[in-house]
Design a protein around this ligand. Structure first.
Ligand SMILES: Nc1ncnc2c1ncn2[C@@H]1O[C@H](COP(=O)(O)OP(=O)(O)OP(=O)(O)O)[C@@H](O)[C@H]1O
Ligand SMILES: [Mg+2]
Length: 426
């Protein structure tokens, strides 16, 4: 992996530099590039403070001085230094305390702290590392050593920051790519879904037309049958609302919007998808069944993303049965009808589970790779359905898995945390 390689290389460089510095030498290229950094020196002996400050300034660093712990914390908070040289024994707050407080302050927790100490027994050092220090310099010090350690830690910190920034950039890019791919896949599944919605639209439209025709007849009567017309107008309004709902669903499906989780019933989501994939199932001669859990299964999920998962799983099931001829039993009837079952249940671990089982070809040797992006065994597959489903399930704090059914075919299932509203009993 490229990013991992870069990280490893940077770590090696930093290690090399540290080894160099600890051997008391300043690496040549560091000398050349004139490392300058913003250093906070905390020391209660005025003479030492001045001396160290002057030497560091002469070496090209920007130096801030603090004669005690309180001022050091105040100064660091006002403007974060790149490194802190910190005396341990000071009146008031001692160096250990200053360091531990720095480590809890936002923006200061990753500033390297090097302790300066006249006591250099192991316990002192251990305590220094425990409170978050990165290094120790014993007093009286050689300035070359101070310079070398300061330079090494500045360099390490800069590399770390660079890596963090690169990492963040990579993560941003990969999130963006996933969103784009997910949208592509959504469009693909949406086209199936939209075809079904368009088909559904015919129903209210046809009903509206025949109701309107009936109303015309009632109006032609003498006297006009106004009560019947009124009833018919109610029906027309209901069918019109149904049609707008369908159009609204299509819009939602095709819109490229950020996912928004809402509290919804997994049983209902399952029924909706099953109803809308009904015509696709009939075309493919597949029987689509649902077995909902007896009570509602409330989860917090983005409804469109949830539909996307379900569409992908059901379409995969249909594909898996695509090639399978219908088995005929000895009595001439279909022994194992081409069937997909969607079933939900409440699990003991406070999760809601939804399983999509088919009677297709089964997972074969592919079980390990199903959720990999771009893994496909289909001539026109993109190999994205399951990896996107997995990404969505994970983003919802759930998990997804696939297994073969004992009697043949496969089941792909996922579980999402149950969502309880305030006051609801466990
Ligand atoms: N129910 C299933 N039964 C058998 N194999 C399956 C099943 N679901 C998925 N697979 C296998 O996993 C592969 C990956 O599935 P996935 O949905 O990620 O991609 P795809 O269906 O090939 O393409 P698309 O991106 O169009 O969904 C499939 O190509 C298929 O080999
Ligand atoms: Mg698929």
């Amino acid at each position: 992996m490229e990013a991992a390689g870069r990280r490893e290389q940077a770590r090696d460089e930093a290690r090399g530099e540290l080894a160099h510095a600890q051997a008391g030498r300043v690496p040549e290229h560091a000398q050349a590039e004139q490392v300058r950094g913003d250093i906070l020196v905390v020391e209660d002996t005025p003479a030492s403070l001045q001396l160290l400050s002057k030497l560091l300034t002469d070496a090209g660093y920007r130096v801030r001085e603090a004669p005690n712990g309180e001022l050091a914390l105040w100064s660091a908070q006002a403007q974060a230094p790149e490194l802190v040289l910190l005396d341990i024994r000071m009146p008031g707050i001692d160096g250990y305390e200053v360091c531990s407080r720095l480590k809890t302050m936002p923006g200061l927790d990753d500033v390297p702290v090097i302790f300066l100490s006249a006591h250099s027994d192991t316990d002192d050092k251990l305590r220094g590392f425990q409170v978050g220090g990165v290094d120790f310099i014993s007093k009286p010090f050689q300035f070359e050593e101070v310079n070398a350690r300061v330079m090494a830690h500045l360099k390490i910190r800069r590399l770390q920051r660079q890596l963090a920034a690169q990492n963040e950039q990579l993560q941003r890019e990969s999130r963006q790519r996933l969103a784009e791919i997910a949208h592509m896949n959504r469009n693909a599944s949406a086209s199936v879904y939209c075809a079904a919605l368009v088909h559904e639209l015919n129903q209210p439209l046809a009903a509206i037309m025949s109701n309107a025709e009936a109303a015309e007849l009632f109006m032609q009567m003498t006297p006009p049958a106004l009560a019947d017309v009124e009833e018919i107008l109610g029906d027309i309004k209901r069918d019109d609302r149904r049609a707008s709902e369908l159009i609204q669903r299509m819009r939602e499906l095709l819109r490229k919007s950020d996912p928004v989780a809402q509290r919804l019933d997994l049983n209902e989501a399952m029924d909706q998808v099953a109803a809308l994939l009904g015509s696709e199932a009939r075309t493919r001669r597949v029987q689509l069944r649902t077995e909902p859990a007896p009570a509602p299964l409330m989860v917090a999920a983005d409804p469109v993303q949830l539909q996307q998962i379900l569409i992908n799983l059901v379409l995969n099931g249909m594909d898996a049965m695509g090639a399978a001829p219908q088995a005929i039993g000895s009595d001439g009837a279909a022994a194992r009808p081409r069937q997909i079952t969607l079933c939900t249940r409440r699990r003991d671990d406070a999760m809601a589970e939804l399983r999509v089982s088919d009677r297709g070809c089964g997972l074969g040797a592919n079980q390990e790779r199903l959720f990999e992006s771009f893994f496909t065994t289909k001539p026109h597959g993109m190999g994205l359905g399951l990896s996107i489903a997995a990404a969505i399930v994970q983003a919802h704090g759930g998990r997804i898995w696939a297994e073969n059914n004992p009697g043949g075919g496969a089941t792909v299932a996922f579980a999402l945390p149950l969502h309880r509203s305030a006051g609801e009993a466990a």
